[in-house]
Structures are given as structure tokens and as C-alpha cells.
Ligand binder design. Structure first.
Ligand SMILES: Nc1ncnc2c1ncn2[C@@H]1O[C@H](COP(=O)(O)O)[C@@H](OP(=O)(O)O)[C@H]1O
Ligand SMILES: [Mg+2]
Ligand SMILES: [Mg+2]
Ligand SMILES: [Mg+2]
Length: 346
């Protein structure tokens, strides 16, 4: 790796590369079929893929950037000993290494940076996708019996040929400097592309403040108002905030990363989630990528979150994101004061 490139460029290039490696771990755990689901709290689960992908990301980045503060969703993996050597990713992405660093980020030091890692965003969709991949009905039933996330009603309506939910899964690495997300990576391990005759799995989207975005084809927002929101963490307040938007369509999908991808690719124009459920690792990378593409991500009061090392993890006042300022202003103006007061605890 060229040591002459500015730190932010090197760190983003390493993050692009390690996110791809983590995505392979996510697919490998799924292929082995032993998800090792652990319940962390209500509607809050962790699998072997979340744990292993986080260890890969944090060990790799901290070996290269020892003074950068790295905070991951799944706690501190150092306590779990050495990682397999093939998980250590020290190569940086060659194309990102060629980017020109904006002057405002040239002097950034390791001590100024906090990296927020969500090793697997959309864990609900990942585990439900696992069930769909089981083609043998007896195997599927056995997995269902040990599966804490799925109701019998949902199970009976299952179309096991549907691969869909796995596309919602992303690996998120957000880079913040002086509390602000300035660069981010959204890797999608189950995105399929054909390279000639060959199927290729996974793609990596990146964004850098003052430079732009890469890894996907940007598209303008849909003509009518399409909102994207949670499919697995709704409640009456979340629904109220959707009703007031007067949308032509509401898409219910998993993961903060995937919802922001829908904004970037012109499938939706606003992301609304009036709930304290998302955490800093869910929004740091998506906010960085979206803002580098000209969009905006705030809480439902219209205030930006801060991403310094000492902030509390929950995004208590929800998420409101849009492809541009105009749509963000529109969404903000529709949220009733009563709902804003409810989330901010007034
Ligand atoms: N009520 C809640 N409890 C726990 N986590 C929640 C939550 N609401 C949202 N989240 C987290 O926010 C992310 C996006 O949620 P959603 O898919 O519902 O939009 C998910 O990240 P993870 O899958 O990384 O845990 C999810 O766990
Ligand atoms: Mg989680
Ligand atoms: Mg998440
Ligand atoms: Mg996660």
C-alpha cells in the first residue's frame, strides 16, 4: 500500500477491501447452515456471521491503523483471541487508492477518527433468508423449530424459492472525523451480477465527502413519492410517521444500509423510521455515502447525529433521510410536533 496517500484515502480503501472479505464470511456462514443465533434483547439478534465478520473487520483495520478508535455493534472481539489468518485483510482497494483527497481531510490524524462498524446490517432478513434457502421441507421445518424470529403464520406463507431477503443484508463501515461521517462503505454480499457467463456475488458502494460515490449506477428519485422503512421493527409510532407522509407507496425492507441503497438507486425518495431502534453503526456509513451523493440523513427533528467516541449508541430520535434537501424538508414538515415530542422525551 502506498504510504504517501492521505490517511482518509488509505482507510477508505482498506475499508472497501475488508468489507468485501467480511461479506464472504457472511456467505460462508450461511452455506455451512449453522447460524448460531443468540438473542441480545427484544427483537435484537446476533448470528455467527455477525460475530465473525466483526472480528475480521476490526482485527484487520486495527492492525493497519492502531490509533483509530473502532466501535462495532457486536462488542469487543479482542476477548475472543486470534482470528484465522485468512480473515486478516491488509490489501487496500486499488481504485479507491487513486482518489484525490479533499483539502479539508488531508491533515486528518488517526486520533481524530472514529470508525463505526455494523458487520451485518439486516440480521432479521439474514436469518429468515436462511430458512428460505432450505429446499428440503423436513430440513426447513427443523430449522424453523430452532428459529426464534419467525411466527408460524409467516412460516406457512413462506416461498422457499424466494432469495429476496438476503439482498437486504449489508456490511457497513462508517468513518467519522470530529464527530461527522465523512466516508463510508456499504457492501452487499448477496448482490448478484453476471460477468460474462459467470455469476458474481457481492458489490461494494463507497462515498467520500467532497469527492462523490462509487460502486453503483446512480438514478434519479421515482416520479411519485415512495418511502422506504423497516419490515421487522415497526410499532404504532413508526406507522403514524408513515401515514402522515402521504406517499404513493411504502416499501418495507430490512437494514439501514439497504434502505439508503434504495434511495441511491432511485427506488425510493425518503427513508422514515420514527423509532429509537437504530444505532450509530447503522447510520454512520449510510449517512456518509448518502451525503456524498447529495442526500441528507438526520433524526426526525432534522438534526444531524454526532459520531464521536463518547456518544450514546442509540439514535433515540429516529431516522429521516432523503435523496435531496427538498424532499428532506418536505418529510420534516409532515412529521407532527406531537410525534417529535414523543421521541425526544418532551
Ligand atoms: N426495535 C429495535 N430493536 C433492536 N434493533 C433495532 C430496532 N429497530 C431497528 N433496529 C436495528 O436497526 C437496523 C435497521 O433496522 P430495520 O431493518 O428494522 O430498519 C437493524 O440493524 P442490525 O440488523 O444490524 O441489528 C436493527 O437491528
Ligand atoms: Mg443487530
Ligand atoms: Mg444494523
Ligand atoms: Mg448488525
Amino acid at each position: 500500500m502506498s504510504s504517501t496517500a492521505p490517511l482518509i484515502i488509505r482507510l477508505l480503501a482498506s475499508s472497501v477491501s475488508v468489507a468485501g472479505r467480511a461479506g464472504k464470511i457472511v456467505r460462508d456462514v450461511m452455506s455451512r447452515g449453522e447460524l448460531g443465533i443468540v438473542e441480545k434483547g427484544k427483537d435484537d439478534y446476533q448470528t455467527e456471521a455477525d460475530r465473525s465478520a466483526q472480528r475480521c473487520i476490526i482485527s484487520s483495520l486495527s492492525s493497519l491503523y492502531p490509533k483509530v478508535n473502532i466501535i462495532g455493534e457486536e462488542g469487543n472481539p479482542d476477548s475472543e483471541g486470534e482470528i484465522p489468518s485468512e480473515w486478516l485483510q491488509i490489501e487496500a482497494d486499488k481504485e479507491v487508492m487513486l482518489l484525490e483527497c479533499p483539502s479539508s481531510l488531508q491533515g486528518v490524524k488517526e486520533e481524530d477518527i472514529v470508525v463505526w462498524v455494523d458487520p451485518l446490517d439486516g440480521t432479521s432478513e439474514y436469518t429468515q433468508g436462511a430458512l428460505m434457502l432450505k429446499r428440503d421441507p423436513w430440513e426447513r421445518w427443523k430449522m424453523y423449530l430452532t428459529h426464534p424470529l419467525i411466527s408460524i403464520k409467516w412460516y406457512l406463507s413462506l416461498r422457499h424459492s424466494n432469495y429476496g431477503f438476503l439482498e437486504h443484508v449489508t456490511v457497513l463501515i462508517g468513518i467519522s472525523v470530529n464527530e461527522k461521517p465523512v466516508a463510508g462503505v456499504i457492501h452487499q454480499p448477496y448482490f448478484k451480477t453476471m460477468v460474462g457467463e459467470e455469476k458474481q456475488m457481492g458489490r461494494t458502494i463507497w462515498g467520500l465527502q467532497g469527492v462523490g460515490v462509487g460502486g453503483y449506477i446512480p438514478a434519479p428519485p421515482p416520479d411519485s413519492l415512495v418511502i422506504t422503512t423497516t419490515r421487522s421493527h415497526s410499532n404504532p409510532v413508526v406507522e403514524k410517521a408513515l401515514q402522515v407522509m402521504n406517499a404513493a407507496q411504502v416499501l418495507r425492507v430490512g437494514g439501514a444500509g439497504y434502505k439508503v441503497l434504495q434511495l441511491l438507486e432511485g427506488k425510493a425518495s425518503i427513508y422514515v423510521f420514527a423509532s429509537p431502534g437504530c444505532k450509530k453503526w447503522d447510520t454512520c456509513a449510510p449517512e456518509a455515502v448518502l451525503s456524498a451523493a447529495g442526500g441528507k440523513l438526520t433524526d426526525i427533528l432534522g438534526d444531524f447525529y454526532k459520531y464521536g467516541a463518547s456518544v450514546t449508541h442509540p439514535n433515540k430520535t429516529g431516522v429521516l433521510a432523503a435523496v435531496n434537501d427538498e424532499l428532506h424538508n418536505y418529510a420534516l414538515s409532515r412529521i407532527p410536533q406531537e410525534l417529535k415530542d414523543k421521541l425526544s422525551g418532551n
